[in-house]
Design a binder for this molecule. Structure first.
Ligand SMILES: Nc1ncnc2c1ncn2[C@@H]1O[C@H](COP(=O)(O)OP(=O)(O)OP(=O)(O)O)[C@@H](O)[C@H]1O
Length: 249
């Protein structure tokens, strides 16, 4: 496998298990910097398991995850459903917590940080919500605020799980635009997706997980396979033209 020097994240003969059962078996591949990779696959295929491995929450059974991005620059946006946003915190306070990984939780924020926070809220169209408690936000407003936190963190690796679930179309547009500009700035972005249209709009590469293996495609290869099979949703089984070892760049 040729190694792109700009690659920040690489899977090398990685095997991951849950409760002693192998979920992903000897998978390899690279996620290029500045690219958005959609991770797709059937329920239970191992998408969340892979994310847990990459975030360092699940140790490999064998093989390696080589990640050159320091931990404080890795960000993970889980599905909104698993988040408890009922605690008393405003949008601005949430965004400012993006400073914690580098500044620590107990130090106050400097005026420059607050200025950055305001710029980020403006970019995401949520300036008017700065002092609104998280528990009083719509799904789309919440998702913008959560992405704002990762911008504050200056994340270099960003992983999102179904970021467009339960959000309005306007928010989808804003998030898509911001994610693309983050990628243009060199951020490595992985997005777990189930929606064909969102994949078409967002993904540069596609990683399909099936039966414990990984299959890498360009976005065009996946869209061609969908076009060729009327009624086909996102593939959950390998399709022709896959590379099992590295992204089809
Ligand atoms: N905490 C756990 N303990 C034991 N087994 C688990 C655990 N989490 C997941 N699994 C199992 O690991 C396998 C992969 O699950 P995973 O959640 O990674 O799939 P997924 O592709 O993210 O699925 P979905 O699309 O439904 O979210 C499944 O068989 C699942 O039952």
């Amino acid at each position: 496998m040729t190694h792109d020097t700009s690659t920040q994240l690489r899977l090398d003969h990685l095997t991951l298990a849950r409760s002693g059962r192998v979920v992903l078996d000897d998978i390899s591949g690279e996620f290029a910097s500045g690219r958005i990779t959609a991770i797709i696959g059937a329920n239970g295929a191992g998408k969340s398991t892979l994310v847990s491995g990459i975030m360092g929450e699940l140790a490999p059974v064998s093989g390696q995850i080589q990640c050159n991005v320091p931990r404080e620059r890795r960000a993970w946006l889980p599905q909104q459903l698993v988040l408890d946003l009922s605690f008393p915190m405003s949008v601005e306070e949430l965004i400012m917590t993006g400073c914690w990984p580098t500044h620590g939780a107990l130090r106050g924020y400097c005026s420059r940080c607050y200025g950055r926070g305001r710029d980020i809220m403006e970019r995401l169209g949520i300036s008017h919500l700065a002092h609104r408690p998280l528990g009083e936000l719509s799904g789309g407003q919440r998702q913008r605020a959560l992405l704002g936190r990762t911008l504050m963190q200056n994340a270099r690796l960003l992983i999102l799980d179904e970021p467009f679930a339960n959000v309005d179309t306007n928010t989808v547009d804003v998030l898509t635009r911001v994610l693309r500009s983050m990628a243009d700035e060199g951020v490595t972005i992985l997005v777990v997706l189930h929606d064909q249209q969102q994949l078409a709009e967002l993904a540069d590469e596609v990683l399909l997980l099936a039966q414990g293996k990984s299959y890498w495609y360009s976005r065009d290869q996946i869209m061609a396979a969908i076009d060729a099979t009327p009624g086909m949703m996102l593939p959950v089984q390998p399709i022709a033209t896959a590379s099992t070892k590295e992204p089809a760049l």
